[in-house]
Design a protein around this ligand. Structure first.
Ligand SMILES: [Zn+2]
Length: 491
């Protein structure tokens, strides 16, 4: 039976794909385009950060249902900041051991809701074989032994002996499947891409599983390198993507011909989010800690204290602010609402989501159900100034512009946790500054609800049916489930 492979390319952007193909720097992407289509305006998940996006790709729902709020968030019950490894300083402060546990174990086994099914769980329940290469979210019905390098083993405190995943699970050098040939790990890949979480190693594993004759019916392959490079130098994004294309060429070249690759596989490529260029001016960093200086802020790396009033979790261009008692909620909103560099400040009021434009009194509130219908078929009740979310209302129809699928996505972030939380969103060109958080002056950043961070390309090649429009990342799961059934029918 023909197989399905989905490549998840971190920070791949639609205009960069277009330019890369036009400049003849992406022969593989161009080949996939010739065998299918490039959808340039697919919408991803909010916050536009890898962890929340990966979980949505796997489960087909936004964070209000899968319950992984972002890359960095706070759990009020355990009084812990969860960080799936973003930035060297916060990791140092929280402790690499804790972060490693968060990303390698807790994300899949504790945080990701048991009330939703991953694509791997669903496909394998239907008798298909599923595979995951280097994706941090990988929950499935099989248990896999994790072997940690000695250094990580020593600092993690406890070693989760096993992690769950689909039948074929590969996580760098940490979880290694039995392959036809053991892969030699090349340490020249450098410390941050160490443990094999990099493009070249992911493709090595993919080629080896194909060669072994045990290619899963569906394989999800994560290619992270582009993200790091675009963060450092967004102006060279085309050349960074050209490097990814070279890895895709390695995949195509492993067949007798590129045509043979298409006869044997349906290929999808998707991104997790875009990036926004941040200039060099210090003013482009919005100092959250200063805005909240009148509160006792929890300091990373210290013990939790009864005096602590507010916790800040920085997701680059988006932030979760947690007031630790009810009477602080409105005071926190008041403290940030004069900041015009925040284009959205949002919070929950019962089942309502409320959004205010920073530096103004303009507000809109919305809840699920009601007479307004958006392009995705969702129904809403909307009150107040629809301009805050740039909603274009014609009769009962709502269209989005600056904030694609803005209501469902903002709702998804706000209701990802039951705890009171205030969401702050940086306007285009800005990012959030808070203690120890990584910033990117002169580079690229993401996390926001804005279309710059939220519009991603989706490439579908060799599929039996067209992808539904308007396209969203959360619709990929159902598309694959449908495609795999269609492929079985023609077998
Ligand atoms: Zn990134």
């Amino acid at each position: 039976m023909k197989k399905i492979i989905l490549f998840l390319v971190d920070s791949m952007m639609p205009d960069v794909v277009h330019a890369c193909i036009a400049q003849k720097k992406a022969p593989a992407l161009e080949f996939f385009q010739q065998h299918g289509e490039i959808i340039p305006d697919c919408v991803t998940v909010y916050p536009t950060m890898t962890a929340s996006v990966d979980c949505s790709l796997l489960t087909g729902v936004y964070p209000d249902e899968h319950k992984v709020p972002g890359l960095v968030w706070f759990d009020p019950q355990t009084k812990c900041i969860i960080n799936y490894v973003n930035g060297a300083m916060p990791i140092y402060k929280i402790g690499l051991g804790k972060c490693a546990n968060n990303v390698l174990y807790d994300l899949n086994e504790r945080h990701l809701s048991k009330y939703v099914k991953t694509i791997h769980e669903e496909l394998e329940e239907q008798g298909y074989i599923s595979g995951s290469i280097n994706v941090i979210a990988h929950r499935g019905h099989k248990q896999h032994k994790m072997s940690l390098p000695l250094v990580l083993d020593a600092i993690m405190g406890f070693q989760p002996a096993k992690v769950s995943g689909p039948t074929f699970l590969s996580l760098g050098t940490l979880v290694q499947p039995n392959l036809f040939r053991p892969l030699n790990w090349n340490w020249s890949h450098g410390p941050m891409s160490s443990y094999g979480i990099n493009d070249a190693f992911a493709i090595d594993v993919l080629l080896e599983v194909i060669r072994s004759g045990k290619q899963p019916d569906f394989t999800l392959v994560y290619l992270p390198d582009n993200d790091h490079k675009v963060h450092r130098d967004p102006s060279a994004a085309v050349d960074h993507l050209a490097e990814v294309d070279k890895q895709l060429v390695r995949f195509l070249d492993s067949f007798d011909s590129w045509e043979q690759a298409m006869e044997r596989n349906t290929i999808l490529l998707i991104s997790d989010h875009g990036q926004t260029s941040i200039g060099t001016d210090k003013d482009l960093n919005i100092p959250l800690d200063d805005l909240l200086a009148s509160f006792s802020l929890y300091k990373l790396g210290t013990d939790f204290d009864v005096e602590n009033e507010v916790v800040v979790c920085n997701n680059e261009r988006m932030g979760y602010i947690y007031p630790l008692s009810n009477e602080l909620h409105d005071k926190v909103i008041a403290a940030v609402s004069n900041e015009s560099r925040l284009d959205i400040i949002a919070w929950k009021e019962d089942e309502w989501a409320v959004a205010q434009k920073g530096g103004t009194d303009e507000m809109v509130r919305f809840r699920k159900g009601g007479r307004y219908k958006d392009a995705y078929g969702a129904e809403w009740t909307i009150e107040g100034n629809a301009q805050v979310l740039d909603l274009q209302i014609t009769g009962n129809l709502v269209a989005y512009d600056s904030f694609p699928d803005g209501m469902a996505r903002l709702y998804g972030a706000l209701f990802s946790q039951s705890a009171p939380v205030i969401v702050v969103n940086a306007a285009p060109g800005y990012e959030l500054l808070s203690e120890y958080s990584p910033t990117h002056l002169g580079g690229g950043s993401h996390g926001s609800l804005h279309k710059q961070d939220s519009t991603i390309p989706l490439i579908v090649a060799g599929a039996s049916h067209p992808f539904p429009r308007p396209a969203r990342l959360i619709d990929v799961k159902a598309f694959i489930a449908q495609e795999i059934k269609a492929l079985q029918a023609v077998r």
